[in-house]
Write a protein that binds this ligand. Sequence first.
Ligand code: ADP
Length: 194
Amino acid sequence: MERTLVLVKPDGVQRNLIGKVISRFEHAGLKIVALKMLKPSKELAAKNYPDSNEWYTKVGERSIGTFKSMGIDVKKKFGTDEPVQIGKTIKGWLVRFLSSGNVVAMVLEGNNAAAHVRRLVGETDPLKASTGSIRGDFSIDDVILGNTLNRPIVNVVHASGNSQEAVGEIKIWFTEKEMLSYVVDTDKVYYKEW
Ligand code: ADP
């Protein structure tokens, strides 16, 4: 049994998508064990994303790759083609965005919860996200539009990357006391012998 963190980001809240997002997870059989709405401080928003060169590189390279494939000069936009520097700029946008309005934070529990949630959420860039995934169905944003407007991609939800990251992220948003243990009928379907 595993737990993972999901946030409905400010764009999802503004677009009245909270219920639709939660229902995707409920329908799959994941159990909500903690849930709250809050307006994160800049400090809290910053904690949600790693301060590591590995993460900055991943995010920066996403922009570099997309700009390259479109034949657009990434240096003109960011003043550099260094992935880490570009990643740091994007983290600044993310902190500003996530702390700009209310978010809904939740902890979901179930078999392979982190991996199933990532599958249901879809690719980071909605342009690449499969139809049927939350980002594929509920966003028409992409890297170029976001970067052009000096903001992160608005893709409705955040979800922990894997079960290990989930452990750390859950602690950022919830105390142990805020997480509830209870049984639902779905448990009786998945977690028993037939
Ligand atoms: P995910 O949210 O799918 O785990 P990442 O951890 O790589 O993806 O990035 C965190 C968030 O930062 C993304 O959900 C998206 O909002 C934003 N983001 C990532 N890469 C870029 C980029 N190159 N340009 C703009 N925003 C980005």
